[in-house]
Write a protein that binds this ligand. Structure first.
Ligand code: DQA
Length: 150
């Protein structure tokens, strides 16, 4: 079975983007660590990034369909700035019934006021916030029954 990790706008710049906030690890580094973990957990990993809201919507709809056929467990989603703006992403998650764990590298609640509201959180099964890149592995583990075994 497959798990998807979706990353929204500007996360392709990870490693060089405001490293004081987001760290120096690149998205490729994060993907490599997620791939190692997924191999141990027996999950097929699809790890993607887009700067385009509609592409993220398309992917979420596809994931919803794959979840319905039992081919996929769900998605870890870092929607980037779309977290705070996108009704379309929220509606895709709700409409396609995608089990989503929302993830933010930084503690958005400790940052600017405009980052405190998420359109995604009410339709997410859980939220990982402020734990840096290690959050991705924690979020992936939340989809398996007994992560202590891996
Ligand atoms: C982010 C937080 C968002 O507010 C911001 O727009 C991002 C990254 C995070 O991972 O901390 O692009 O989602």
């Amino acid at each position: 079975t497959t798990i998807h990790v979706l990353n929204g706008p500007n996360l392709n710049l990870l490693g060089t983007r405001e490293p004081g906030l987001y760290g120096t690890e690149t998205l490729a580094d994060v993907e490599a660590r997620c791939a190692l973990l997924c191999a141990r957990l027996g999950l097929d990993l699809v790890f993607r990034q887009s700067n385009h809201e509609g592409r993220l919507v398309d992917w979420l709809q596809e994931i919803g369909a794959a979840v319905r056929t039992g081919d996929c467990v769900g998605a870890v989603l870092n929607p980037g700035a779309y977290t705070h703006t996108s009704v379309a992403i929220r509606d895709a998650i709700a409409g396609a019934e995608v089990p989503v764990v929302e993830l933010h590298l930084t503690n958005v609640h400790a940052r600017e006021e405009f980052r405190h509201h998420s359109y995604v959180s009410p339709v997410a099964r859980g939220v990982v916030v402020g734990l840096g890149t290690r959050g991705y592995e924690l979020a992936i583990r939340s989809f398996v029954d007994d992560p202590a075994e891996a």
